[in-house]
Design a protein around this ligand. Sequence first.
Ligand SMILES: [Zn+2]
Length: 459
Amino acid sequence: MTYLGLPVHHSKPRVSDFGNIIHKVEKKLASWKCGHLSFGGRMVLINSCLSSIPLYCMSVFRLPDSVHVQLDRIRSRFFWGGTQNDKKFHMANWKSLCRPKNDGGMGFLDTRAMNCALLGKWVFNILSGKQGLCYDLMRRKYNLRENALGMNYTKGSCFWNNIQNVKSLVMGNCKFEVGRGDSIRFWEDAWLDDLPLKIKCFGLYKVCSVQGASVCSIKQDGWFCLFRRSLNNFEILQWEDVVGKCLEVSMKEESDKVVWMLNRNGFSSKSLYHWLVFGGIVDDRCRLVWRVAAPLKVKIFLWLVMHGKIQAGEQLKNRGWWGDPFCKWCGEMESVNHLMFQCSLSRLLWCFVRDAMGWQRSLTDYRQIGGIQLGSMSAKKRLVSLGMVAAGAWTIWVTRNDFVFNNKIPSNVHVILYRLTNFVAQWMHLVKGSRRKAMMEGFALLRARTDQLARARSG
Ligand SMILES: [Zn+2]
């Protein structure tokens, strides 16, 4: 049974109650006739349609893991193979694609993290004393104070238990401004500083007799706290320091306030989501990929090349493919590096780009992309160079596929070089301002070099 599209159940909803989400996603997929969509088109459809279907339900319920697994499976299958039923190779695992673009992933929605971030909104609203029918109801049912910051765990409805589960995620990113101090926990909440005392003075916290005490109760005792054993010299100094800071705090006759630390403009589920999915390291190489002057499908292709995940013979063979894994040009094993950088045609193309762009070295390995060539350049120059790498890699891929699938061989090498220059010319209109100007300069260099080679040949 559903009400307003959400499952209604007298006890905890079962997995089958969320079947309508999966059903909706599958129905959406079935309505698409997109056998010929590129990776880029499929990425857009996943982000704009498939990933957003469960959002409404996720803002109220914590979906069972099996529903997340099914959502991942459907989106992953669609990304790698479209709506056709035949088996396609998944070249990278879905989890790595769900990492943010800055973090080296493709930025698909991580539904588990988004689920927590959406439920976190309820926690924050309760903490910040938001008024409204739902909140009043919850305050009365669970006997909460106006802004029940120290919500203790009490068992309740499925909804209540779910938001209790994400409580620590939200409270860990909040800072509290002291009013009366009756709803701030002295040790566990961040109120003196950006960090809770529990973390700053873990030794003291471990031996204090009352964990979870409110700021106002400690204040009433004259900033006195009972410890389970006598403190050593270091701990005494630490505690005196804490008390010194406490004495500077002026308490007011008003409710305590909560401040969201991840976003200046107040709480947003988006900021919590980004905090949840951020892996800690910004991958500059991958971050730039999404800004190069190229269509989305080429950016995705470049990402795959940089991770050694394109469907070259060797990569497919490792995944149990039965076809011929050897290079059709030269008969060697077709690995990503062979196809992209080491086969004679590719070597020639990268030497051409190196000479035209004035690179120190030509590319010989996919792990070098965005590394050696671009290390010391300014961000704009790196983007131009990466744009050339995208055009070069795409030229090789298109030429190779034309040969493998249509048996078409370019009449001479100049055709391939002009193809490369034409890609750069077409794509530079996809960026604006100074980036386009920089791309145009890069294009002029490529074009001059191509013409020079063509003249030398005819002359
Ligand atoms: Zn080859």
